[in-house]
Design a protein around this ligand. Structure first.
Ligand code: SAM
Length: 350
């Protein structure tokens, strides 16, 4: 059990490895990463046999940026017989803590998708086998993960239910609403699911709140704000979706988002402008330092090579600048499933 299996966006394996090495090092835990470009997962193997479990129990999952989902396991189980995969997997599961639930995952690649039929078919017989062996326990704090890498190779391990993603592979299943003007709408919806506890939506995403959307056109993010009953200033030179404008809740401001300033402070700032991360970071610092908003969700586009380093630099800049002004804040970043070469940030000022 000295492996951490880490799901990530394909193409971001190096960021995922840099992040886990950095965070583990902060806890005095050392190991090495095994990565393969485009594989959509990373293995972090600790030198100490119990350290992977220590990491998954102590690092807060919510602070992770590029790691979508994780679990602690041993090495890959290979040469699984195609006629009876249950027997060796059940034997391996017997060496793990009992679990409350089982999820069968693949990795987020085309090869992974091809294995999803096998994964679905395997769920019922493997669950039954776990029940028979009394390895399922509704009071257990653990979840069992089984990831097929191929028809004959898999990783089996556990994650703490209260310190991992509630979604299989860390991917939320969100539906694109028919009337939303763009697919980008799902980014803001996912950001809310990730950053704001469901119990706080009614208070923090409340009816009649005021919001500003910088880089709003055609209006996918504004659409989400309007759905929550908010009034929105949509700042963009580009055209906004007409049906959204007909809601009467949106004012289109054909202005430069880096120059626009609100007449009165608003509850929410959201920003999806495609620009350099440092420039968007300065913009967010300006809004927070002038007291223009209480919460912000913004995207940082990351076309450069050192993407983990760049995000941490932006995070430090926001923290240092705003704390120096005596502001109390919470800042978090996540590469959401609906993000591409980018991460989403959330800032809350208290
Ligand atoms: N969030 C939008 C949605 O959900 O439909 C999509 C935004 S799109 C990724 C980026 C937008 O930023 C474009 O519409 C572009 O016109 C706008 N943009 C780029 N630079 C801008 C600036 N300086 N000020 C305002 N808008 C800008």
């Amino acid at each position: 059990m000295n492996h951490l299996f880490l799901h990530c966006r394909p193409g971001f394996e190096k960021e995922c490895a840099a992040e886990i090495t950095d965070i583990a090092g902060e806890s005095g835990i050392y190991g090495y990463s095994k990565t393969k470009d485009g594989s959509a997962y990373v293995l972090f193997i600790t030198h100490e046999p119990t350290a992977a479990r220590q990491l998954i129990e102590t690092i807060r999952f919510r602070q992770l940026i590029f790691i979508r989902q994780w679990f602690v396991s041993g090495p890959a189980l290979t040469h699984l017989p195609v006629t009876d995969r249950v027997t060796p997997l059940l034997a391996a599961a017997s060496d793990l803590p009992s679990v409350r639930e089982l999820i069968i995952e693949t990795v987020d690649t085309n090869e992974g998708k091809e294995l999803s039929t096998l994964s679905k078919k395997f769920l019922a017989p493997f669950t039954k086998a776990l029940q028979t062996k009394k390895l399922l326990d509704e009071k257990s704090p653990w979840r069992l993960h089984l990831v097929f890498i191929s028809g004959t190779e898999a990783y089996l391990g556990v994650s703490p239910l209260n310190n991992s993603s509630a979604w299989s592979m860390g991917i939320p299943r969100l539906r694109l609403p028919k009337s939303a003007p763009s697919r980008a709408t799902l980014k803001l919806e996912e950001a809310w699911h990730h950053f704001i506890p469901a119990a706080e939506w009614d208070q923090r995403l409340a009816h009649s709140m005021r919001a500003v959307d910088l880089g709003a056109a055609p209006g996918g993010w504004t659409w989400q704000l309007v759905q929550r009953g908010m009034f929105v200033d949509a700042v963009d030179n580009g055209p906004m979706d007409q049906a959204l404008m007909d809601s009467g809740q949106v004012k289109h401001q054909r202005l430069d988002g880096f120059v626009y300033e609100p007449k009165k402070a608003v509850d929410w700032l959201v920003c999806d402008i495609v620009d350099k991360p440092a420039r968007v970071t300065s913009l967010i610092c300006k809004w927070a330092s002038k007291g223009y908003c209480r919460e912000a969700i913004f995207n940082l586009k990351l076309p450069m090579k050192q993407r983990y380093v760049e995000v941490k630099k932006c995070e430090r800049r926001i923290t240092d600048d705003l704390r120096a002004l005596g502001l109390k804040l919470e800042i978090q970043f996540k590469q959401l499933y609906h993000d591409r070469e980018e991460v989403t940030g959330h800032l809350r000022i208290y």
